[in-house]
Design a binder for this molecule. Sequence first.
Ligand SMILES: C[S@@+](CC[C@H](N)C(=O)[O-])C[C@H]1O[C@@H](n2cnc3c(N)ncnc32)[C@H](O)[C@@H]1O
Length: 268
Amino acid sequence: MPETRNPEQFPNASRIMDHFLGGSENFAVDRAAAEGIVKVLPGAPIGARSNRRFLARAVRTATRRGIKQFLDLGSGIPAADAPHEVAPEAKVVYVDNDPVVRDIALRILGGSASGRTAYVDADFRDVEAVLSAPATKELLDFSQPMAVLLSAVLHFVGDAGDPYGIIERYKAPLAPGSLVILTHTSYDYVSAPVQVATDELYGRFRVELAPRSRAEITRFVDTEGWTVLEPGVVSTNEWGSPEEPPSDADHQTNRQDAAGFAAVAVKH
Ligand SMILES: C[S@@+](CC[C@H](N)C(=O)[O-])C[C@H]1O[C@@H](n2cnc3c(N)ncnc32)[C@H](O)[C@@H]1O
């Protein structure tokens, strides 16, 4: 069902994120809400951009390893350096459960990316629904390596929602050489007042946020049959490869604003 209320009247978290990332898929109401967020959390757009730059570096790392297909879980709006833009030869299946994202995604992906991208309107916690969706089955070949992206989304699954079980169910059917690309919010480097401001902000949006420690995040990727690529599980702005180290903008980002860890793991 398409969104019935006028999207220009109500701020939406995905469009606010798009604004933080420098995209154009947002309205005045989103930009006003973004301004309010920056007043209480000046690091929010800095962290969002740092996360997105990591994602681009990791997607290029995957393509350098010969990977040509991506499953992007909790993708947000597929613009502003989305994987199909960063890897224009690759096939990409986007998954999100926000109807605003769905409507924008279908419009964007119906254009030049048509045929090599698909959108699955699903809750990524329902692994079976995502893996058995016709679009997933048509576009992705599970006999070949692929990259599963879980970027800034697993922290919306509290421990009661079994996030470790969910990620294992995505990892199990992947071919050797496949990657998991993960970012996850953490308070390890975040001061107490900024933690309080962050909790209050998510509370206002009625979103449950489950920040995890570096050790807890490592448990998602450092599992049997998988190797975490260098430089390991590090602050999102510090992840890089010999071919593509962090950029100047990443060096200028501090760990508190990055507010999370990134990792890439490969299946044996
Ligand atoms: C913080 S944004 C991250 C967007 C993008 N992955 C990135 O890293 O820039 C989180 C996204 O996950 C989506 N999301 C949250 N919970 C989800 C769920 N259970 N199933 C599918 N999508 C979900 C939200 O709608 C939102 O678009």
